[in-house]
Design a protein around this ligand. Structure first.
Ligand code: NAD
Length: 248
């Protein structure tokens, strides 16, 4: 029970095929009480109910500071503490640099980067009072490779921004017992890629990956459990590549 008695909040956690839901389910199986936070259309309460047990689903928009603060207050009211935050909510858009509009740029950066800041701001005062906490930020291999199969340059920039923001928070809050780390997933077979790649294309990509397959949502969930748990107590400011060897 690596996360016994911990309260873990996962943003963008309601998509049943997504990384966030897999992480929530895995954290729950390790003893955590999980809070699945997502947009109303993703039905977070239904997702939390699917996990079974004492878990919570909350509607929140990570691009809206008041919504993030209200969500953190609701978690405190329900469970009295916040031990783990997984900043997982994100959206993507394939695009070429010269085609990206201001609205595209704002939309993509708002969810991944502003959302990571706002949700971290919402939980940090509680973690400071507790003198402990673990924040895990989901970046992407696109930040490291400079673009990817499905994300445009604005997505790469947002995810690279997450790496910088996380390291800065790790430095600032380390002395208070709060750790902040990142995961950079490779290509994972979730709804974010649904309908965008043919089976043939997926097989072609898998051939270029040393572990010879696309990632699974649980591959990222496992990394989140590690970074959330006391197994990683001396890790902060790190970037954990979970990509099947894509960068070798
Ligand atoms: P997904 O689309 O299944 O999940 C994203 C979730 O974020 C959805 O449930 C969505 O409703 C939620 N969301 C979107 N905007 C939101 C907002 N404003 N407020 C709250 N929630 C919001 O995709 P996924 O593949 O599970 O992606 C999860 C994270 O992993 C994203 O940050 C994504 O960029 C990142 N990532 C995914 C891959 C991949 O290959 N799937 C690779 C690298 C990184």
């Amino acid at each position: 029970m690596l996360l016994k008695d911990k309260v873990a909040v996962i943003t963008g956690g309601a998509g049943l095929n997504g990384l966030g839901f897999a992480t929530a389910r895995l954290m729950a199986s390790h003893g955590a009480r999980v809070v699945v936070l997502d947009l109303a259309r993703a039905e977070p309460a239904a997702a939390a109910a699917q996990i079974g047990g004492e878990h919570l689903g909350l509607v929140a928009d990570v691009t809206d500071k008041a919504s993030c603060d209200a969500a953190a207050a609701a978690v405190l009211k329900a469970f009295g503490r916040i031990d783990v935050l997984v900043n997982n909510a994100g959206i993507t858009q394939p695009a070429k640099t010269c085609d990206i509009t201001g609205a595209d740029y704002d939309r993509i950066l708002d969810v991944s980067l502003r959302g990571t800041l706002y949700m971290s701001q919402a939980v940090l005062p509680t973690m400071q009072l507790q003198q402990s906490g673990s924040i895990v930020c989901i970046s992407s291999v696109s930040a490291q490779r400079g673009g990817g199969i499905l994300g445009g340059p604005h997505y790469s920039a947002a995810k690279a921004g997450v790496l910088g923001l996380a390291r800065a928070m790790a430095r600032e809050f380390g002395p208070e017992g709060i750790r902040v780390n990142c995961i950079t997933p490779g290509l994972i077979g979730t709804d974010i890629i649904k309908g965008k790649l043919t089976e043939e294309k997926k097989a072609e990509i898998a051939e270029t990956i040393p572990l010879a397959r696309l990632g699974r949502a649980d591959d990222i969930g496992g990394a989140c459990v590690f970074l959330a748990s006391d197994l990683s107590l001396y890790c902060t400011g790190i970037t954990l590549d979970v990509n099947g060897g894509m960068l070798i």
